[in-house]
Design a protein around this ligand. Structure first.
Ligand SMILES: C[S@@+](CC[C@H](N)C(=O)[O-])C[C@H]1O[C@@H](n2cnc3c(N)ncnc32)[C@H](O)[C@@H]1O
Length: 311
């Protein structure tokens, strides 16, 4: 990932709690959101997390209301998301999320397809069915893409750029060589996904690659602004914000991820990180107890070593 490391202090607030309530964030104080919600009851990552698809969509809808409240006028929210195959049923998560965001009041600005390397195999190679039965109607494609869906709260007032001081504007300038060389201009971005064994900090978390968050932060925010990730996971968005001289706020349900998040943000030696733990955060003890119980719903699953992440 070619990008400038920040040489000044940035501030990062991490709140362990449910992002359906983001009351800690004042209205219109966020300049960009880069996030990836859980993909409903995705096999391996979130099996049995929601009672049904309706409950999942209600959760998304509540988060979108909060996003609308906290986003500054004219600014952008990016969802990294994909349709999901659960129990043989393909769920239109991208379309439903887009509908919810539009109903909330956001404009649908763009959609970029993130393409992973061809050899990337996820949970199973669905196309193998055709190899066994080389006849019509046996075709199921292997998925190597996700969508980056980009929403905007109204329109950006470009006159505001004139009010930004020269130094901030200069440090926010997008490197045109990098832009052209890596084909950022296209609606298809070829970026290698985080491999399950790559980095201990992302083990068992469906993390998106730094390159993805980094591009979005550079394209839709200025230095010193505040970037939100309501579904932090390992903290990739906060890490990229820190590297690019932006501040961040993030929510995560699982308190156990605290050290991963801290280690990631600390990539910027000047970053100041503060943590808050609400009572709706999920402590490791709670998860272990839930794993041992017969509870099927509203349990955040913990992946075991060797299980694959979705990305
Ligand atoms: C797809 S992962 C995010 C991965 C992240 N983009 C990264 O690069 O590490 C989604 C995360 O959202 C968390 N999560 C799920 N529901 C949540 C909620 N209601 N509030 C806060 N966090 C939630 C999960 O625990 C999980 O860590």
């Amino acid at each position: 990932m070619a990008q400038r490391a920040a040489t000044h202090g940035t501030r990062h607030k991490v709140i362990f709690g449910n992002c359906q309530d983001m009351h800690e964030i004042p209205p219109e104080s966020i300049q960009l959101t880069v996030t990836s919600p859980p993909y409903y009851n995705a096999p391996f990552d979130y099996p049995g997390m929601y009672r049904d698809y309706d409950e999942y969509l209600k959760m998304l809808s509540r988060v979108c209301d909060e996003l609308y409240r906290v986003t500054s006028p004219g600014r952008v929210v990016c969802f990294v998301i994909d349709d999901m195959l659960v129990d043989g049923e393909k769920l239109p998560i991208v379309a439903d999320c887009t509908t919810i965001m539009r109903q909330t009041g956001f404009r649908y600005r763009d959609r970029i397809t993130w393409v992973k390397p061809k050899g990337y195999s996820r949970i199973s190679r669905r196309s193998g069915v055709l190899v066994q039965h080389p006849y019509p109607m046996y075709f199921y494609p292997d998925n190597i893409q996700e969508s980056v869906v980009i929403f905007q709260k109204g329109r950006f007032d470009y006159k505001l750029i004139k009010e930004i001081d020269g130094e901030t504007l200069e440090s926010s300038r997008i490197d045109s060589h990098m832009f052209n060389e890596n084909a950022w201009n296209l609606t298809v971005w070829n970026i290698t996904n985080v491999l399950p064994t790559n980095n201990v900090l992302e083990k068992g978390i469906a993390a998106f690659p730094d390159e993805l968050a980094s591009r979005l932060i550079q394209l839709y925010s200025f230095s010193h602004e505040t970037i939100l990730d309501p579904f932090m996971g390992s903290g990739t968005t906060a890490k990229c914000a820190a590297m690019l001289g932006r501040n961040s706020i993030g929510y995560e349900l699982i308190y156990e991820l605290k050290q991963n998040i801290l280690a990631k943000i600390s990539v910027n030696n000047f970053a100041k990180v503060s943590f808050e733990r609400r009572i709706d955060a999920i402590a490791p003890a709670t998860i272990e107890a839930a794993e041992g119980s017969s509870a099927k719903h509203a349990v955040i699953p913990i992946r075991k070593a060797g299980e694959h992440s979705l990305r």
